[in-house]
Ligand binder design. Structure first.
Ligand code: HEC
Ligand code: HEC
Ligand code: HEC
Ligand code: HEC
Ligand code: HEC
Length: 189
């Protein structure tokens, strides 16, 4: 088991507790984080065929969770600040809410059934740099580059698609602008 895999259950459990408090506390109780009321409502979608990005085994929606419900990206991708790879949440992170929330929805039922059967959901990778490139996520997040600068407006996407080209020129343009290294060996071993 990798260090990353071992960290997940603990982090996810802590995050679930914190988030449940935010969701369940009455409106006048002290909160760790006030929800930002942008009034964004995720649209109802009946035809998923036209959506950009790979079709996922469960129709998990960033526009519902990160948009309408204002969930922080790091609640699910909490390794982004400390690891090469931010990673995806485990189902126990989802079940913190989906023991109750949306239990009647067919796509939520898939999540509950997989969790009950002890199975993971095999998400299709959206971003995939070639093996010969190294991209340390945490260095970028710590340099205060917003997730959206590279990934686009994820909080309005019903299905995630690759927003930036991820080509070498894209990396180099920003490195030049921000005085980061453009030395070949920094990105290529
Ligand atoms: C409730 C949990 C949750 C929250 C909150 C969340 N995500 Fe995700 N994210 C997921 C899951 C599950 C996937 C895998 C399925 C998919 O691609 O839609 C994913 C996939 C992604 C991917 C694509 C990964 C790949 O395969 O390349 C990106 C990029 C991403 N999220 C960024 C964000 C950003 C940015 C935010 C905040 C605006 C955010 N996420 C908030 C759960 C979450
Ligand atoms: C903080 C609570 C919370 C967490 C954590 C959470 N969800 Fe949700 N999710 C919701 C709420 C609230 C809804 C809307 C339910 C409704 O419309 O009745 C929802 C809706 C959904 C839907 C239905 C979308 C639709 O409109 O059909 C799916 C599928 C889903 N979530 C999957 C997931 C997955 C997978 C995870 C873990 C990666 C996750 N959720 C984590 C609160 C959460
Ligand atoms: C400087 C650009 C940049 C920023 C900022 C950035 N990402 Fe990424 N992200 C990428 C690239 C490039 C990849 C593809 C990495 C690969 O394939 O090795 C990626 C991959 C991912 C993945 C895929 C899963 C994985 O482990 O590879 C997730 C999830 C993700 N990013 C979430 C986030 C979140 C959340 C934030 C903000 C906290 C964020 N990213 C900030 C460029 C960025
Ligand atoms: C939006 C701007 C931006 C984009 C796009 C971007 N980077 Fe960076 N990158 C930075 C900044 C700023 C730093 C310096 C961070 C620091 O000082 O720790 C950095 C640092 C790095 C480092 C560490 C450099 C060192 O000196 O050790 C690597 C490796 C890296 N980036 C790879 C990439 C790759 C590969 C891509 C494209 C897939 C990419 N970056 C895209 C802004 C960006
Ligand atoms: C900031 C990160 C970064 C730096 C610095 C960088 N590269 Fe790259 N390079 C990439 C990425 C990302 C790719 C993969 C995407 C692509 O092919 O554009 C790549 C791809 C390549 C490829 C394969 C192209 C292909 O068509 O398959 C070669 C060869 C290459 N780089 C050489 C270099 C050389 C030589 C330098 C130094 C002058 C350099 N790179 C500096 C990020 C970087």
């Amino acid at each position: 088991m990798s260090a990353r895999a071992r960290l997940f259950p603990v982090g996810a459990a802590l995050a679930s507790v914190a988030l449940l408090l935010i969701v369940l506390l009455p409106a006048d109780a002290p909160r760790a984080q006030q929800p930002r009321l942008t009034g964004f409502t995720a649209p109802a979608i009946t035809d998923t065929a036209a959506l950009p990005g790979p079709r996922q085994p469960v129709f998990y929606r960033h526009d519902v969770h990160a948009g309408q419900y204002q969930m922080d990206c790091r609640y699910c991708h909490f390794a982004a600040e400390v690891s090469q790879h931010p990673g995806l949440p485990t189902l126990s992170t989802c079940m913190g809410c989906h023991l109750l929330a949306g239990a009647q929805l067919p796509e939520v039922q898939k999540v509950r059934e997989a969790f009950g059967a002890g199975q993971a959901i095999e998400w299709i990778k959206v971003h995939d740099l070639p093996q010969f490139v190294q991209f340390p996520h945490m260095r970028h997040v710590k340099a205060n580059i917003a997730c959206q600068d590279c990934h686009g407006p994820i909080e309005t996407m019903p299905q995630v698609y690759q927003y930036s080209s991820l080509k070498m020129g894209w990396c180099l343009d920003c490195h030049e602008q921000r005085n980061a290294s453009t030395d070949c060996t920094v990105c290529h071993y």
